[in-house]
Design a protein around this ligand. Structure first.
Ligand code: UDX
Ligand code: UDX
Length: 465
């Protein structure tokens, strides 16, 4: 079966870039991305691709190229479902904030709504593809809803988790390490798997397309994120030990990373991992494990999160301790608010929690990030509900010029590893700050020696300074 028409429900950080790349690589397939958020769809359709809602290097060009040829963005969900032979579900699955499993389980209400809508609208057989990260065995829920509420049609459920990392989404999609497709082990299931394999095979070599049963595929996605997050928490745990022993975490990382069995990636000590996936997926793994009565397994993975929370808190505490145990009324400048460089996504960014901690100590913050809007910074802080929106706006200012942001501050903290920070005129920044001028490098990004020569007191993660 060769697919001619695809629809994707959810025009977010995953759905948008993924569909743009499929459209570009498969000009014969009509790709429609739908979302209930009208503002978001309007932004995807903005004639100026600088205004599309997701910032990813290289994405604007691809969208400009394929949009309105075979790539469409729309709010007409029903029509897109009806027209498509294959439907990707890429809606958000946040951690539950209420009821059973609150704070850990994934909230699947949007997924269920999508399934019900597909069942209601569909007039022909469909292949439904889980793109969102989901708890293992969600496919059986989807199948249940589709077959019991659908009009006697045949639905095949595939799991095709996304492994793209934000900031490198386009690169990851164009040249993936692997593509994973899970499906039912039956003749119909095999056919559906093959239809999706054929799409990716237009630009990914067949030996990189792995096919498995649905449950392995669902669990592999959670496992991949849990392993990556665990590496960051492991190196961060050792960063604290380094600070007490005069070992240097960068040297330790280089030494162990040179062991090919360990490898060099995900060994960068930091103020803590963020992003929409790591925390949510691990909590989800913890919840699933506990629901099977596997308490030791749950505790084991939960420790990764505990370590990450500790790392964020430790960074804030270090700033306070260094500034003579009080930051009340002192201006501290944050360079970076996004959870990592090359993205405007701030979900679970360490910056939010460090800011919250410092604001509780009555510090006054000024924030500069090259891609995050002022509105987003305040949305993140207001969401925590620690202070009123008015208090947040009084204590924190978002400044569009990094040099202005640093003026008259006691300390500059690096929260995101944006490349441009390395090229700043640090002498100029030093001259405009109060003395002693401190830099807290939460990303081990800057050249410590050069900064020390200027006169800065530099405090990095995982070194005894
Ligand atoms: C999502 C999931 O959160 C994550 O688990 C998965 O791994 C990838 O997909 P992301 O694309 O980053 O991640 O989420 P987000 O940017 O929030 O986009 C989801 C979109 O779905 C939103 O634009 C939202 O408006 C839309 N949506 C949600 C619908 O169109 N319909 C719904 O019923 C619910
Ligand atoms: C992650 C996975 O990498 C991707 O495969 C998955 O599908 C979605 O989740 P993403 O959240 O975009 O992608 O970012 P990632 O590059 O994995 O970084 C996550 C966090 O860990 C960031 O805050 C990053 O700054 C931090 N990190 C990463 C470190 O602190 N040190 C490292 O060495 C690597």
């Amino acid at each position: 079966m060769s697919i001619k028409s695809i629809c994707c429900i959810g025009a977010g950080y995953v759905g948008g870039p993924t569909m743009a790349v499929i459209a570009k690589k498969c000009p014969q397939i009509k790709v429609t991305v739908v979302d209930i958020n009208e503002k978001r769809i309007a932004a995807w359709n903005d004639p100026d691709v600088d205004n599309i809602p997701v910032y990813e290097p290289g994405l604007g060009e691809i969208v400009a190229d394929a949009r309105d040829k075979n790539l469409f963005f729309s709010t007409d969900v029903d029509r897109a479902i009806d027209e498509a032979e294959m439907i990707f579900i890429s809606v958000n699955t946040p951690t539950k904030t209420y009821g059973e499993g609150k704070g850990q389980a994934a909230d699947l209400k949007w997924i269920e709504l999508c399934a019900r809508q597909i069942a209601k609208v569909a007039k022909g057989d469909k292949i439904v593809v889980e793109k969102s990260t989901l708890p293992v065995r969600t496919a059986s829920t989807l199948k249940d809803i589709l077959t019991h509420t659908g009009n006697g049609l045949n639905f095949q459920i595939l799991s095709n988790p996304e492994f793209l990392a934000e900031g490198t989404a386009v690169e990851d999609l164009l040249d993936p390490d692997r593509v994973l497709i899970g499906g039912e082990q039956s003749p119909e299931g095999e056919k559906a798997i093959q239809a999706l394999v054929d799409i990716y095979a237009q630009w990914v070599s067949r030996d990189k397309i792995l096919t498995t049963n649905v449950w392995s595929s669902e669990l592999s996605k959670l496992t991949a994120n849990a392993y990556l997050a665990q590496r960051v928490s492991s190196i961060n745990a050792l960063s604290e030990l380094c600070e007490h022993t005069e070992a240097d975490i960068n040297e330790v990382a280089r030494a162990i990373g040179a062991d090919s069995r360990i490898g060099p990636k995900f060994l960068k000590a930091s103020v803590g991992f963020g992003g929409s996936c790591f925390q949510k997926d691990i909590l989800n793994l913890v919840y699933i494990s506990r629901s099977y009565g596997l308490n030791e397994v749950a505790d084991y993975w939960e420790q990764v999160i505990i370590m990450n929370d500790h790392q964020k808190r430790r960074f804030a505490k270090k700033i306070i301790r260094t500034l003579y145990n009080t930051v009340s009324g002192k201006k501290i400048t944050f360079l970076g608010w996004a959870f990592k460089k090359d993205t405007n996504d701030t979900r679970e960014s360490a910056a939010i929690y460090v800011a919250d901690h410092l604001l509780n100590e009555q510090s006054s913050l000024s924030v500069y990030d090259p891609k995050v809007t002022e509105e987003q910074v305040f949305t993140d802080l207001d969401y925590l509900d620690t202070r009123s929106p008015e208090e947040n706006r009084k204590a924190l200012k978002v400044i569009k010029d990094p040099y202005k942001a640093c003026e008259n501050s006691h300390a500059v903290a690096i929260l995101t590893e944006w490349d441009e920070f390395k090229d700043y005129d640090w002498q100029r920044i030093y001259d405009s700050m109060l003395k002693p001028a401190h830099i807290f490098d939460g990303r081990n990004l800057l050249d410590k020696e050069a900064l020390r020569k200027i006169g800065f007191q530099v405090h990095a993660i995982g070194t005894a300074d």
